[in-house]
Ligand binder design. Sequence first.
Ligand code: CMP
Length: 148
Amino acid sequence: MERTLLLVKPDGVVRGLIGEVIRRVEAKGLKIAGLKLKWLSKEEAEELYSVHKGKAFFNDLVSHITSSPVVAMVVEGEKAIEVVRRLIGSTDPKSSPPGTIRGDLGLSLTKNVVHASDSLESAQREIKVFFKDNEIYSYDRADAFWLS
Ligand code: CMP
């Protein structure tokens, strides 16, 4: 079973889209193993986006992600990293397909509602920015036996 980090970014939070994002994750059969509202410090934001350090949009990224609390989720499931990336769609909402979170709800490259880890290595690093080990829970979904 794989774990990934999914964030509702400040634009999603202040637009009242927390429930809409969680609804889509749950409807897909994915398990929410950790969940919290957190206001990132500049240092935590720089760690989260460390792979983008030096890029032209890095300062805008850090400034946006620290502009309000974010909702952080540890999402668990088979191939969770790939499944969640497909669920959120591509980075630019204008080219993200309808049916995806960013395609349906995103406004711009920066205000694209959600962030999700793009690899196992990123997932492990990013989950640590938000969660201690004892804040991630194991339990069974009642419909788990229908998943294949
Ligand atoms: P996210 O999945 O959070 O990962 C990095 C973020 O950088 C990405 O979503 C976008 O919000 C943002 N991003 C990527 N490319 C650009 C760009 N060219 N200009 C501004 N923001 C960008």
